[in-house]
Design a protein around this ligand. Structure first.
Ligand code: GLA
Length: 382
């Protein structure tokens, strides 16, 4: 893939490029907690986006997307977002760089990758972080990874209108092979936890659906959390986000919030607890316990937080029935995308066959299976 990108750059722009790469991410557990300054447990994966970039001594950015087979040109001094266009992620990053005082001059770029779009592996974070890594490398800005992750988050919020958290770009920037990142979304710092699964592996199953309401529902959930914090702050004056409420406070929280707000707040508060328990289980190699936490996370996301959908519930429930599956849950924002499954290596073929059949019978859709492995984060390749 890297060579294809490099070769087409030379073909289109007739000069040698600098090469960069940024991966997609998975999340082991800790869903819808990042925007409440809670804890998440993502890892970068091997699948990602490759970039070839070079200065062009002009005021224009000339971009070619290999996957869309499309070109896009913009003036680096003056541009504005184009609703729904992939170029927003690039212009959004250039805009963040400019605001931070980095002078981005004209450049040429070709990019392409192997992250299934809409799978919930966060191709958008990979694109933003990769663009940031490539531009920072090209102009010798030496921008720290944490800043790149924050710019990518801001860029997606401003240019795409999704009020997302820090998890996806952070994981893409900081990923480490064979490790997951136990990330504290208040301090934006992480601990690397080694992932050794022995005879087990992580396998994603893509529902191949993305329900339309996904983005608006995401923003609504976030607002509901903020509303709860506002109401609760009269009783708990020191809280800043739901992260500051502990499990033992739940009865009190329940007596204050409406049923609707309580179930959402409860998810966030208990999901944070589960992330810590999951970190502990993985450090100790207690995979059965980890699998149970995955199931509890799914049930909470589905019933309390209400961000699942019938396809995700079906896949998780079918997987729980299998003795060789230790855990299964929806991954990412919800309303479609993938489930993440922890299962025994030797049963992969059986799992695929059985899930493909039952999912097809139920929804008339062939699911996609994606093998994932915790891998290194974004980098300049050459
Ligand atoms: C999306 C967002 C993340 C995070 C997850 C849910 O992937 O981009 O910031 O909130 O949903 O955990």
């Amino acid at each position: 893939m890297r060579e294809i990108i490099a070769n087409s750059f030379v073909e289109i722009f007739s000069q040698e490029p600098l090469l960069a790469f940024a991966p997609g991410r998975i999340n082991l557990i800790g869903e819808h907690t990042d925007y409440q300054e809670g804890f998440v447990f993502p890892a970068a994966v091997a699948q990602g986006i490759h970039f070839a970039i070079q200065k062009n001594n002009s005021k224009s950015a000339r971009i070619h997307s290999l996957d869309f087979n499309e070109d896009f040109v913009f003036d680096v001094k003056s541009f504005s977002p184009k609703k729904g266009h992939w170029a927003n992620y690039i212009m959004g990053m250039v805009s963040q760089f400019k605001q931070a005082g980095y002078e981005v001059a004209g450049f040429d770029m070709v990019f392409g990758g192997n992250i299934p779009v809409g799978s919930g592996l966060s191709s958008s974070a990979a694109l933003s972080v990769g663009v940031g890594t490539a531009i920072s490398g090209l102009f010798d800005f030496n921008i720290p990874k944490k800043s790149l992750a924050l710019y990518a988050q801001k860029s997606e919020q401003l240019f795409e209108g999704l009020n997302c958290g820090i998890m996806d770009p952070y994981a893409s920037a900081f990923g480490k092979a064979d490790h997951a990142l136990l990330l504290d979304c208040r301090s934006n710092s992480h601990e690397e936890v080694p992932i050794s699964l022995g005879p087990y592996c992580l396998l994603l199953v893509n529902t191949k659906v993305k329900h339309k309401l996904a983005d608006s529902a995401y923003n609504k959930r976030r607002s509901a959390c903020e509303e709860s914090v506002e109401i609760l702050s009269h009783t708990f004056p020191d809280i800043k986000t739901l992260r500051d409420i502990s499990e033992t406070d739940l009865p009190k929280v329940k007596s204050i919030l409406s049923i609707e707000l309580f179930s959402k707040a409860k998810h966030v508060i208990l999901e944070d607890v589960r992330v810590h328990q999951a970190g502990e289980s993985l450090r100790r190699g207690e995979l059965v316990k980890f699998g149970k936490l995955m199931k509890a996370s799914h049930e909470s996301l589905s019933k309390d937080y209400e961000v699942s959908c019938k396809e995700l519930d079906f896949l998780a429930e079918e997987s729980w029935k299998k003795s060789y599956v230790l855990g299964s849950r929806m991954m990412g924002g919800g309303f479609g995308g993938c489930t993440i499954n922890l299962l025994e290596n030797e049963y992969i073929p059986e799992f695929k066959e059985s899930i493909a059949k039952s999912y097809f019978d139920a929804f008339n859709i062939e699911p996609e299976f994606i093998e994932v492995k915790p891998s290194d984060g974004a980098r300049i390749v050459k």
